[in-house]
Structure formats: structure tokens, C-alpha cells
Design a binder for this molecule. Sequence first.
Ligand code: HEM
Length: 335
Amino acid sequence: MVLDHLKTHWDGKQVVEAHRLTQLLVLTLSAKFFMGLEDSCRIGKLVELMDTMMLALHTIPVNIPGTAFHRAMKAAPAAREIIQSFVKEKKEVMESTGNKMHDLLSYMIATPDPTGRFMPENEIADKIMGNVAASFNSPAMTTTFIVKFLGERPDIYDKVRIEQLEILKSKKSGEALNWDDMQKMKYSWNVALEAMRLIPPLQGTFREAATDFTYQGYTIPKGWKVYWTVSTTTMNPEYFPAPEEFDPTRFEKATPPPYTNIPFGSGPRICPGKDYARLQILSFMHHLVIRFKWDLVNPNCKITGGMNPFPVDGLKVRLQAQPSQALVVLRTYVE
Ligand code: HEM
């Protein structure tokens, strides 16, 4: 699927907006895995609506025209409507053709709870919507910023490419990437970790104080909401020497002290999608560096958005197809 995406949306283009395309890729994958939805029209609409919703995730809830919150309040029911109608369609198809379960949605439709009750359609749609929303922004942001850092640093791009070419060489013709290959992508994953350290895709979330406690002279009573952030420690030179520098090898040299680098959170509420995210990110990096080299159209492009950072120009990159021997190997590998 990643390769199909690259062939359709990146191949033959001189300049692409990486951010919009990574959003499209991430949603295409979620739509397929969670719902079995492959209709590019509905997927394109969901990308727009999810983007609008995410832009309001950390805004003041003022529901008047012109505010991000207002736009999100209109986008959310529209997204739910698309998902709900697809749930209905899928249920009807499953009822008429038998229960073939290939994705999360079909399991939810076909599997009763221990009391024999089937989940109502609107409840299923809400759960699917929650998953699609949770899996949208952070992987898209991470891959966007990986594209940015690799575009800025040809030396790091070369190392990622060498690692990925080694993996490519170890595959038989037509063989897909598997979990073992992902374990071999150590340098590439360190690039992803470094991108998330410098620009955490999700800045933090809330916890509730389980008991009264005192931190640095402040008393937090039991029951209070506490907001924890990823970025409080990631730029601290005590834990990350020369913190402004993009250096993936820092994770080879030393393991950061506990809880200083937790892009996926930690504890019982740690991100349940982290392994899936790793798969998406690494398979995207694999296919991208094998097919392309690139540089940034606007090297000084501003990053904005605070809690959910994004590049204001959508991260325009100039692509150069890689005509090297790798593509010859690639041709036998994918076709
Ligand atoms: C680079 C990609 C991702 C990053 C950086 C990320 C980051 C996070 C963080 C920081 C949290 C809060 C964890 C905590 O409170 O300790 C979280 C929660 C969550 N994430 Fe992710 N996430 C990513 C991808 C995904 C994906 C792909 C999915 C879905 C398949 C997903 C689903 C969720 C859900 C459902 C929660 C709430 C968990 C709970 O409250 O119990 N995430 N994520």
C-alpha cells in the first residue's frame, strides 16, 4: 500500500506537499486496516475533515464562526456521517454475503459480547472514528518531519538509504517487508526518534492526581488534572547533549534516562498504536529513500501550531527520482 501511494502521488512529480501526502497515506492505511475502506473519494474527504478537527484539538472552545473550534464542530459530524454510512453499507454487505472478517470493523460487526449482544451501529462508528482520529495526526506529523530532516541533512539521508538498500538486497523478488526487517532498521528508527524528540507530534496529555502530592513546592491535591508534556525534558542538555542538534546517533551512544524521551507516553495509558505507527513510519522511509532523494523548496519554512506542530507551506519538497542500481533491484523486488 505504501508503494502504491508513492507510485500514485509522488512518482513523476517535481514538487510535492509532503504534509498533505503523509496525511493521505496515513488515512489510507487506517481506512483499510480499521474499516476495509478503499474508496479514494471518501478517504480524501476524511483527510480534510480530520485535519480540520485536529487543528482545533488544543484551542479554546469558542463555538462562533471564524474560529478553529467552530470549523471542527462542523467537521466532526461530517466525518462521523461518512463513517456511519460506511458501517451501515458494510453491515448490509456482510449480512448478504456472509461474515468475512478482514478488518477491525468487520470484527466489531460480527462479534457479540459475552452476553450475546451485538454492538449498535452508532457505537461502532464512534469507536472507529476514535481510532481513525487517534491514528491520524501523530504518524502523519512524524513522517512529515522525517522528510524535512532528511531533506536538510543529505549525510543522514545517505545513511538511512544504505541501511534500507541492505534490507532490500536481502529480500527475494516480490517479497514484502516483515517485522524482522523492521528490527533491522535501527538507524532509520533512531532518525524517527530524533525527529519526534525535536518536534514531538503529540505534546502531552492529561493525568488525574491519584493522591495529594507536592512537586517543587507546589501542592497538587488528589483529583486535580495534571498536564504532562513530552518536550519538557527532550530539550534538556542534561539528558540530551547539544539538544538543538539533529543527531540520531545519540540513541546509539546512550539510552536516555527513564521518562526523559517518551513520544508515545508511558505507563498504563501508553499509546496502544506505537508498534503500528513504527510499521507505518519505517515502511514509508524504506520505500521513500529507495525511490527518491529530495530537498526543501523553502528551507526556512516556518513550523507553527504549538501543540500540534505543522509546516506552514505543507513542506514542499523537490523530488529527484533515484535512477541508481537500487531501482533496478527495486524493479525485480516489487514487480
Ligand atoms: C508517531 C505516532 C504516534 C505518536 C507519537 C503517538 C503518541 C501518543 C501519546 C503521547 C499518547 C498519550 C499516552 C499517555 O497518556 O501516556 C497516545 C495515546 C493514544 N494513541 Fe497514540 N501515537 C501515535 C500513533 C498512534 C496510532 C497509529 C494509533 C492507533 C492505531 C494511536 C492510538 C492512540 C490511542 C487510542 C491513545 C489513547 C490511549 C489511552 O488513553 O489509553 N496512536 N499516543
